[in-house]
Design a protein around this ligand. Structure first.
Ligand SMILES: [Zn+2]
Ligand SMILES: [Zn+2]
Length: 109
């Protein structure tokens, strides 16, 4: 028993077989992780360099989002924002006593 263990541990063929197995286990995972990371964002907006995973998402961004005027407007002054919540907090701060509402610019023009 002692003899067979001694041979097994010192056997160069056995050792190389073990190290080969370890390499095969590690390599595909690392390759997959690296390639999926590389694939994460392939499409970039030519105007603002924002990255997108899908080309369709980038096209939608370029068509409807990028470089567009903010569509929400304060009804009491000329402030505009892309988010209604910003208009709401603006009205509470700058126009106290006024009704808190938002004008959708797209519906007017
Ligand atoms: Zn953009
Ligand atoms: Zn205002």
């Amino acid at each position: 028993m002692y003899l067979s263990r001694y041979i097994c541990c010192r056997d160069p063929v056995m050792l190389s077989f073990l190290s080969l197995q370890m390499q095969e286990e590690d390599t595909p995972k690392m390759k997959y992780r690296r390639s999926s990371h590389w694939r994460a964002k392939q499409h970039y907006c030519p105007k603002c360099q924002r990255g997108f995973t899908l080309k369709s998402n980038m096209n939608r961004h370029v068509k409807f989002e990028c470089g567009f005027e903010p569509r929400y407007k304060c009804p009491y002054c000329c402030l505009r924002s892309k988010q209604t919540s910003q208009i709401y907090s603006h009205i509470r701060k700058k126009h106290p006593g006024h009704k808190v509402s938002v004008v959708n610019v797209e519906n007017i023009e």
